[in-house]
Unconditional design. Structure first.
Length: 426
């Protein structure tokens, strides 16, 4: 089997698009020290390569992937046994190595990808981290038992708690949880000593499910980290004083900025009322006093980028349903899904440079120009009108990889098949 698998991986990565696409992950894995002999049959590079390929091809079942792999090799028998892959997916040793390599890949992506908030000087170099949870359907191999039946499984499915870097528009970490726990409890218990909850001077953009005033007061005292979220209408608060709203373009849409005290906090908070261009009223809650109210409202608005990542993660990749039933398998799948997304973002950034692409008279730039013209004529929200960056990798890009990952990598291929896609959709 080892020889058959080696032959297959050589075929998949012999001057192919897949090889160029996977190269950053290979370099990240090379930075991790581990005993290679432990994984004799299915090496770590092969494990990650086939896992990422399964994501790209959106194969929901392992049987489907194994059958597809037979078409790339002339051997009579399958190049990979399903039991071998299942055992590898449930290996805690592998998961430790994947996590370490993943951290190297994240570091490279955060360095290589462009800054998305260059014009907001008040932010300085602060990290802007969005946190949200998505839920994944249980594997077909597992029958969940819910709390009402005496079990501990979550009725929503597996919780995937994502940490998303809004500055670079990429996911940077994930914590998986299979038991029926609240999202805030997962943050407190599983992430209390996690790196992404200990970032100094960070600004967290979170959903209303993460409102816990005492917890965020502690983050502010310990790390000078603050948060922005939507205000709950049921919250008990007392108004203290109105803050003046500076006449700046970033504050367009801001109705009021009020200092308040909350029932479970001894610190001052801000209650920011905002009116959208469509006449919809939003109320935000923040313990950050360094930014303009319009800037805080806009940063919360940009949580939309994370929602679009979830769209790619579930609908364009193979993450609607869990691949395995063990917690390690679920964590492995989540990490491999994020790795696939990061590799695609890095590949596209490289192609933008090599193809010398510029914003032209294309579909997306036309839409953006119309938005700016409407703002000039009718008014609206300056920061939103001039935000021209896409939040989602279009489905046309994923189709390119599904259809062309085995083609020979060449400038001519990218010029002929990839450039028109990037020109019109990115």
């Amino acid at each position: 089997m080892k020889n058959r698998l080696t032959s297959l991986t050589n075929t998949l990565t012999q001057d192919t698009v897949l090889e160029q696409w996977f190269n950053p992950m290979q370099r990240a894995l090379d930075k991790v020290r581990y005993p290679e002999k432990v994984f004799g049959t299915l090496t770590m590079p092969a494990f990650l390569l086939l896992g990422c390929l399964r994501q790209l091809q959106s194969h929901n079942s392992l049987r489907e992937q194994v059958q597809s792999l037979k078409h790339f090799d002339d051997a009579y028998r399958p190049p990979l046994a399903r039991s071998t892959w299942s055992d590898a997916l449930a290996s805690k040793k592998r998961c430790t190595i994947v996590r370490e390599a993943f951290s190297h890949l994240v570091s490279r992506a955060r360095t290589a990808l462009p800054e998305r908030f260059p014009n907001m000087a008040n932010l300085g170099k602060r990290d802007i981290i969005a946190i949200d949870a998505s839920y994944q359907t249980e594997s077909a191999h597992y029958s969940p038992v819910y709390p009402m039946e005496g079990g501990t499984d979550n009725q929503k499915g597996h919780m995937l708690m994502m940490f998303y870097d809004l500055r670079k528009a990429i996911p940077v970490d994930v914590i998986t949880e299979t038991t029926s726990l609240g999202e805030m409890r997962v943050i407190k218990e599983a992430l209390e000593h996690g790196h992404w909850m200990e970032v100094k001077n960070a600004l967290y953009s979170v959903d209303r499910a993460f409102i816990d005033a005492r917890y965020w007061d502690e983050r502010k005292r310990k790390y000078n980290a603050t948060m922005i979220t939507r205000f709950k209408s049921t919250m008990t608060y007392a108004e203290k004083e109105q803050r003046p709203i500076a006449k700046l373009t970033c504050n367009e849409g801001v109705v009021s900025d009020t200092e308040v005290t909350l029932r479970l906090s001894k610190e001052r908070w801000r209650r920011i009322a905002f009116m959208s261009a469509q006449g919809e009223r939003y109320v935000y809650l923040s313990n950050d006093f360094s930014l303009e109210p319009g800037e805080l409202a806009f940063i919360y608005h940009r949580r939309w980028d994370e929602e679009k990542f979830f769209d790619n993660f579930k609908n364009d990749l193979a993450n609607t349903k869990a691949w395995g039933k063990s917690p390690t398998s679920i964590e492995h799948q989540a990490l491999i899904g994020i790795i696939t997304y990061l590799l695609t973002r890095l590949f596209l950034e490289q192609q933008f440079d090599e193809l010398a692409l510029k914003a032209g008279d294309t579909t997306q730039s036309n839409k953006h120009q119309k938005k700016i013209e409407a703002y000039k004529k009718e008014g609206g929200i300056h920061l939103r009108a001039y935000w021209g960056l896409m939040s989602k990798i279009p489905v046309q890009v994923w189709r390119f990889f599904k259809n062309c990952f085995m083609k020979k990598s060449s400038p001519q291929l990218y010029e002929r098949q990839l450039k028109p896609i990037l020109d019109h959709y990115l």
